[in-house]
Design a protein around this ligand. Sequence first.
Ligand code: GLC
Ligand code: CA
Length: 544
Amino acid sequence: MQNQEKRQNKKWWQQAVIYQIYPRSFYDSNSDGIGDLQGIIAKLDYLEELGIDAIWLSPVYRSPQDDNGYDISDYQDIDPIFGNLADMDALIEAAGKKGIRIIMDLVLNHTSDEHPWFKEARKSRENPYHDYYVWRDGTEGEYPNTLTSAFCGPAWEWVPECGQYYLHQFSVKQPDLNWDNPKLREEIYNMINWWIDRGVGGFRLDVIDLIGKEPDAMIMAEGKMLHPYIKEMSERTFHRADLVTVGEAWSATPERAWSYSNPDGSELSMVFQFEHMTLDQEPGKSKWDLAPLPFLKFKQVLSKWQTNLYNKGWNSLFLENHDLPRCVSRFGNDGKYRQESAKMLATLLFGMQGTPYIYQGQELGMTNVMFDIDEYRDIELLNLYKERKALGYSEEEIMRSIYAKGRDNARTPMQWSEAANAGFSEGTPWIRCNPNYTVINAEEERINQGSVFNYYKKLVALRKSEPVLIDGCYELLCAEDERLFAYTRENAADKVLVVCNFSDADVTFPMYDLWNDGEVLACNYAAPGNCGTLRPYEAVMIKK
Ligand code: GLC
Ligand code: CA
């Protein structure tokens, strides 16, 4: 009762746990090798058991699938590989009955080059849709400037019919939209409202920090008009219902996040930022230029976001998604201590302030893969391979980067059972399964009480029963410790300690005496170790 009262001044999405589905890899209901909407409906019981509140669905709109759906050719239709609008309505309804909301992935920075707008736009400079995209004059072979695409090569593509280049920050098949055109913005708002009327629970806004781009000034993220456009969109659309809105922003700083996730609701509910995800790479270079994780910095960065957004904004808590490697392979130990370290990372995340995200398979402790190059499917990874080959990198070095950071690590089929193809499909999966599905799979994990799945289930429940995890103030402990990540959360009623051992050795936590009479909320071993010694990858959450 007391807990309920305290929760009332929090929004539903501040108390929620969100589960991300990458539809093509989740569950295939019709044996064509590609996951689909009916497949998600078939697995709703599983998600209900885990206890999640909302599903973020990676894009299922009509698309040529050049970037697996992040290249949309019709925002108001479902791609036939995933089903149709009736399936989508059925999913919203079936999930709704279980109290699960559906969050759509809105890709508003660009469309597919096969979108009717772009097909018109490229016909001539006079075409009414021409200005929906970003064009610059020039001569063939001489680019307007040196901007490059996130997927390799120049960000400009020549169109002879117009004698102009168009901008594409991602693949050539993803032309950038021109948000400075009011008619375009109007069409986008109408489309968003159409989805709101269909009953969706919210939106994840893909690379939203790029929409205010100023290509002539070489400014892509955080252009002058970015926040005014987000405010306008929010007012015209999101404010109509009690939605959750999540802005993907690689360029966000805590100060910028105050604006994105201003508690006054003028922009979005929360920011999804990546600073902690960019540390294990050579400074100033790309994610493919690997470097060991600077652990103290990692703690510092996560802590900075915790303290800076307290009462001023709202965080997304995540350690993996469809663009990132598996967290147990990246930050834990996916061999001997796979279970312990997967649970340890979950404890670290679920103890913090913000809305936790579980990416499909993370709750099973799914791991990275090492495939042959012809078994990979991701456009970013394949372009990188070609580019680095041409630049003279060794095969070995390129593959090392791909094994560590390739996006297909997270896109292998969900491991449902030890049956053929991990129980994902009775056809041939669009991408190979991780061969470890015979050992790591949902069927096994649900039965085994000590599994990663059952541990996640427990953490999800703790987010509901312990208000301090939602509103408690954060403090980092042992900042200089090279192996322990320890912090507290505190509100007027309770104080919670989280300690995580990031190493495969025993480590002593010096403040344990202050806590050993507290209530153990979670521990990834049968019980906490003696005298404050944490065993390899041990994690404990204790309340006083
Ligand atoms: C986002 C998506 C990623 C996609 C890119 C272009 O970063 O998460 O998957 O490739 O935007 O839309
Ligand atoms: Ca299918």
